[in-house]
Design a protein around this ligand. Structure first.
Ligand code: KG4
Ligand code: ZN
Length: 329
């Protein structure tokens, strides 16, 4: 079964052709990141305008690269939320038009769930049920996945998302946007034990909170205004990153223990971080867990993960129709 995926939830415009939920035939991604950089974050109006201009070309590109015709597509899938409303509507409207004109079924897909599905596109055989941790710019969620349409939310951030905290701390340290890769890079030269940062506690042990640690970094820098040198920045970045990763590892392991599950699937932009991967792998060996990550390119927003998950859900009887609208949460 050939599924076309479309993704326009944030600053990317992506189209992909995926076969049977597993094999990526083509995946084209365009990003408006360059235009947002000078503002230090994504500007929704810039993102949706860029998507409006790009979506036809990107879809064309994915179809041509896959060496198929539009009529060969069996299902059209699109991110229906959560995300920026203007951006989501560009993808949804385009997908509806394609569905109507080609007379092919349409399925709206949850962007956050698709992030953990990215693991199934690299040939990994992962048995259900499993624990999933999604760490992205907009979300930090722990899910217990019994099946692709039986997903239980166990914990989520109470304030900033994990990637958002990386972005904000990078801004405080003048490292530019997006902050995650910049922090990862400079942290390589820093001492993660130099400053003891902690993530705030939460009422539900499986929830997360990252705004406190971001403020702690801000105060640390403010109190030493003239004295933060290059090495201090590296130590600050490494210490912040370490505290965040240690919290993610601790909570994900706790969730696995509570649900007596030894498969942990990780996804989202922050899952591209090599220190995070190293520390999860280390914990996995120690506690006899199987820990999975998508390749780095599939950690970022892409339409292949949308098409992949759509295949699984369509097979179970899910279908949206032209009444599909954007879900904001
Ligand atoms: O999943 P994603 O592409 O978009 C959302 O759905 O939000 O994630 C983007 C987020 C950004 O906050 C970015 O700073 C973070 O992922 N990120 C990283 C790394 N690469 C991207 N965070 C830490 N380390 C990285 N290497
Ligand atoms: Zn995402």
């Amino acid at each position: 079964m050939i599924v076309l995926g479309l993704e326009t939830s944030c600053d990317e415009t992506s189209a992909a052709v995926v076969k049977n939920g597993k094999k990526i035939i083509s995946c084209a991604v365009a990003s408006s990141l360059e235009f947002h950089k000078k503002y230090g974050g994504v500007i929704p109006e810039i993102a949706s305008r860029a998507q409006l201009e790009t979506i036809t070309g990107i879809t064309d590109c994915a179809i041509r690269e896959a060496k198929i015709k539009l009529r060969d597509i069996n299902l059209i899938s699109v991110t229906s939320g959560p995300g920026l409303i203007g951006s989501l509507l560009v993808g949804i409207s385009f997908a509806k038009a394609l569905s109507l004109s080609l007379n092919k079924p349409l399925l709206g897909i949850n962007h956050v769930y698709s992030h953990f599905y990215a693991n199934f596109l690299s040939g990994e055989k992962i048995r259900l049920p499993f624990m999933a941790l999604v760490v992205s710019g907009g979300h930090t969620n722990l899910f217990f996945v019994r099946d692709f349409d039986k997903i239980e939310l166990l914990g989520q951030t109470q304030d900033d998302a994990c990637g958002e905290a990386f972005d904000k701390v990078a801004k405080i340290l003048n490292l530019g946007y997006p902050g995650g890769p910049a922090i990862e890079k400079i942290a390589l030269r820093g001492n993660p034990d130099k400053i003891k940062f902690n993530c705030s506690g939460t009422k539900n042990e499986l929830d997360f909170s990252f705004s406190g640690i971001k403020t702690a970094v801000l105060y640390y820098v403010r109190d030493r205004k003239t004295k933060v040198r290059r090495q201090d920045t590296a130590d600050l970045a490494a210490s912040f990153q370490e505290a965040v990763i240690d919290t993610l590892v601790r909570k994900a392991l706790l969730a696995c223990k509570l649900k007596k599950i030894n498969r942990l699937v990780i996804g989202g932009g922050v899952a591209a971080n090599s220190r995070l991967r190293g520390k999860f792998n280390q914990a996995a060996r120690k506690f006899n867990l199987n820990c999975y990550f998508p390749p780095s390119s599939l950690c970022m927003d892409n339409a292949a993960m949308i098409a992949g998950l759509a295949y699984q859900l369509f097979k179970k009887g899910h279908c949206s129709g032209l009444g599909l609208s954007a879900e904001l949460n």
